[in-house]
Design a protein around this ligand. Structure first.
Ligand code: IPM
Ligand code: MG
Length: 380
């Protein structure tokens, strides 16, 4: 029987709808080629939802997500909603509650610098020659983002703001198991990043990661303090393969890794939880970059991060590794042919629009030989 995958499509704000249109067209073409059915259901989210309903994450949107096997997410936020009270803004009122609601504790951000794009990296050519690939695994539902108490109050005549960093052993254990499991099927090297010279949270993090390491003797584990890690990624990106870290450190380091690859417009992400909908592992898939309001509606955004997010969805939620590899190799082929959106354009390459990039990638789908999956998921 041909399977049907039910997908909630939340394009959101800014460049979200433009890049989403290209990603959906790629997904539809893949469904034709590889013969599976998709049931796409669009919902409003973020600023677009605030404008239409007054809420960044309306109940209808949440129930669409609950009925689906996976969420394909664009991006939310923009200047139009920046004057709302912080708790009502699209990022805090839509994205964070979605992550928490579905317990999406593991955020995978593959920072891949393709050899053809190494000139787009701000790093010295000798540091990035031949490209590099670092998978950043960020814990996504703990730490400072969600810890209580949280808030702002008056104390002795001045304003005090509090965010609380909390990690439980079980939260560190599950992300560590996931990271070791992935490292095991890649280059068997894992770096765990913390701030164990200052933070109690990091002492717990480090001791739990060390404990879990004994179940994965084949994986070489190292620890780096976060400030040093920020420096080492720049000094020697090719020395790394898989990195695991807590929520805020992962937020910051994944942006650093993104720009080291050349453009944040190339980076997909997968947010995975413990949940299964029937056979399917539930997940939320979104570009690592934001809504880029400065270029929204101009047709120049890079759709690759959104397209590669589709590939991650096919791999991690639907186990369609060959189709995921088809998309990834088609992206690589299109880049190798010289097509570039503005963010990665350089002399001697062909500048194309969002739509043209999408069309080129689609036209290469049928031709692209399926490569072996570069980052497959171990059984949980
Ligand atoms: C990200 C973003 C979000 C985060 C924002 C929009 C809340 O920066 O996904 O990295 O901090 O997690
Ligand atoms: Mg971020």
């Amino acid at each position: 029987m041909v399977p049907t995958f039910k997908i909630a499509v939340l394009a959101g704000d800014g460049i979200g709808p433009e890049v989403m249109a290209e990603a959906i067209a790629v997904l539809q073409r893949c469904a034709e080629i590889d013969k599976f059915d998709i049931d796409l259901n669009e919902s409003l989210v973020g600023g677009a939802a605030i404008d239409a309903t007054g809420k960044a994450l309306p109940e209808d949107t949440l129930s669409n997500c609950e009925r689906s096997d996976a969420i394909l997410f664009g991006s939310v936020g923009g200047p139009k909603w920046e004057r709302l009270p912080p708790k009502q803004q699209p990022e805090r009122a839509a994205l964070l509650p979605l992550r928490k609601h579905f317990n999406l504790f593991a955020n995978l951000r593959p920072a891949i610098c393709l050899p053809e794009l190494s000139a787009a990296s701000p790093l010295r050519p000798d540091l990035v020659q031949g490209g590099f690939e670092i998978l950043c695994i960020r814990e996504l539902t703990g730490g400072l983002y969600f810890g209580q108490p949280k808030g702002t109050h008056e104390e002795h005549g001045e304003t005090v703001a509090i965010d609380t960093m909390v990690y439980r052993r079980s939260e560190v254990e599950r992300i560590a198991h996931l990271a070791f499991g992935i490292a095991k099927v890649r280059k068997r090297k894992l770096v765990s990043i913390d701030k164990a010279n200052v933070l109690e949270n990091s002492l717990l993090w480090r001791s739990v990661v060390n404990e879990i390491a004994s179940s994965y003797p084949e994986v070489e584990l190292t620890h780096l303090l976060v400030d040093n890690a920020a420096m080492q990624f720049i000094r020697a990106p090719k020395a790394f393969d898989v990195a695991v870290t807590e929520n805020l450190f992962g937020d910051i380091l994944s942006d650093e890794l993104a720009i080291l690859t050349g453009s944040i417009g190339m980076l997909p992400s997968a947010s995975l939880g413990t949940g299964y909908h029937g056979y399917y592992r539930f997940g939320l898939y979104e570009p690592s970059g934001g809504s880029a309001p400065d270029i929204a509606g101009m047709g120049i955004a890079n759709p690759i991060a959104q397209i590669l997010s589709v590939a991650m969805m096919l791999r991690y939620s639907f186990d369609l590794n060959d189709t995921a590899a088809r998309i990834e190799s088609s992206v690589r082929k299109t880049i190798a042919e010289g097509f570039r959106t503005r963010d990665i354009h350089s002399e001697g390459t062909r500048l194309v629009s969002t739509k043209e990039m999408g069309a080129e990638i689609r036209s290469n789908l049928g031709r692209a030989p399926s490569l072996k999956a570069s980052s497959s998921m171990p059984d949980q």
